[in-house]
Design a protein around this ligand. Sequence first.
Ligand code: GTR
Length: 700
Amino acid sequence: MLSVLLPILHFTPVMAQEANYDEEKVPVYSLPDPLLCADGKYVNSVKDWERKRRPELLQLFADKEYGRTPKNKIKTSWQLIRKNPQALGGLATSEQVMLTFKGQGQERKALLLAYIPNQRNGRVPVFIGYNFMGNHSLTTDSTICYSPFFEQITDKASPLLKRNAQFSRWPLEDVVRRGYAVVTMCYQDIFPDRADGTSSSIIPLFPENQDGESRWQALGAWAWGSSRIADWVQRQPWANASQLVIIGHSRQGKAAIWAGVQDERFQVVISNNSGCGGAALSKRTFGETVGRITRSFPHWFCPAFSKYSGNEQELPFDQHELLALIAPRRLYVASAEEDRWADPRGEFLAAQATSPVYALYGLKGIEGTAMPTVHQPIQNQVAYHIRAGKHDVTAYDWHRYMDFCDRAFDHPNPTLRPSLSSAPLAGHVLVIGIDGWGSYSLSKAHDIPNIRSLMAQGCYTLKKRSVLPSSSAVNWASMFNGSCPEFHGYTEWGSQTPEIPSIELNEHNIFPTIFSLLRKTRPDAVTGCLAEWGGIKHVVDSLSINNYSVAANWEKDHGELCRMAEAFIKQSKPTLLAVCWDQLDHTGHADGHDTPAYYNTLAELDLQVGRLIEALKQAGIYDDTIIILTADHGGKEKGHGGKSLLEMEVPFVICGKGVRCGMQISEPMMQYDTAATIAHIFAIPTPFSWIGRPQLSVFN
Ligand code: GTR
């Protein structure tokens, strides 16, 4: 048995090097318009789409690519084989259920494996997806039975029976912790993945005649099998049957799309690196082609598909039209940077080209034609990301899928600490950061009427402490990412990457910041971070910010940053804007902190603070804004970084909508409480890696 199994589990593409990987050699092609019907009429309404064009396309894909799924049902029974209420270290209950299919005097068995989160409030959303190497490949748990396909292996020392071989593709604990159930099965149980697999597959159980060019094969059978998993899931008391997600990687990505297209119970369809015959456009003939795939895997598609081998321009459809059949449900297409065989660009373009169909429903697909860079997910009703690395499905991918599903299902992420505020307290937050502004200065500075007026109108403390060392990057990091250096990992004056690995990474592979959390919970939020010191870029997650800019010429032009901020406030009415001055610290280093020159610079900045407030008024958002004025650290003589309170104590002033008037904050405050307070204002849940506490006492 082993010798039969091995070659088919070896996925390296045959002679992949012959494929075209040159964008210049992609032929000129024209994509069929999904809204143009066979009779030349154009679809203008959802009704036309659903009654006429959608069925027409569905038939086309069945006839010419995936084969026709039989209309008949066959007898299916389920039997619970094993249940473990303490799976995954007590996080989940696992259930192993044997599915038996009967028909035409034959039977087939497939073993389903479910992980249900033990901590749940009501029914949970469910990820449904096949595994490649058997249920035993997901975990070290020896109570997980071998899938029937692997049960046939007589040599018990076979490497194919090794447990946990595919654990990295199934971050089960992460998924369950986020409140999702996972149900999987080995795809080989439904159709053994080999050219002569049909006879051992479920196909002979159906009474329909299985001859002809449009006969279903492996992809059709796998898609059918996913729906049988959904049948079981739907009946479970813990499952939310209106929140089913189908996920598939590679060949199973192709099957997942086809399953999602046919079975509208799948509310979210996820194609991970599905490539040719999946999400990638065939007409680009980039990487794997119709010719190659139908030769290497003659048992996947219906025989009619091979007619287009080397003849892709004659295809009466392309894969974007297949993806469009998922509308108005959610679709997620993901690629991997090094997976050129699957043509990441072709996958993106196909996802993008579904937009006119989503637009019929008034839904946003993917705007613009520019492909995002690595780790820059676009998540509308249609989502796309490209991840660094190879053909694979990783924890990074899964977390992006869960982010997407959280929004689709309005499903709170239980790995986040819920916000104490149920709705935003203000529409806008302006953070004004003054590098090197020590609290000691308040007793001596005379010319700062605007700052003093903010203090009088709102609340303040002069005892907010910097984290150590009392230097810039480490403190800007803590200010914006709600945590301590030991967690976020930025520990120095000029840290650009964490010196200690960040304890948590977000979608951009950096520690979650207030900007990235806001982006995730409110994709349409307008954010800005404008600074004089370029070092801030590395600690704010600039990728999640609409406008990250540096005032390059500020040393000569002290008003440059202020003008940039005024313009941005007036033009864009930002939801969250941080304006960070470096000038005061600069004076501190040049002339000394606590010197006449230092107070002069502070007075100059005070005027600019006044101008920013004026800009808020002109933009018409002043009454809906909370202003925070604070600093990264103070200073002593011509430096900072040490442990004196001159260096470590900085002001924190907060005023504006819903903030108490004229109060001195008595609670102790740390640098990282700043981000937590902003998160509270926006009612954003925060990760457990954030240790900051919102300053609750300041709000009415
Ligand atoms: C490759 C095949 C791809 C993809 C992949 C996989 O050999 O050419 O289309 O499906 O296998 O499933 O890993």
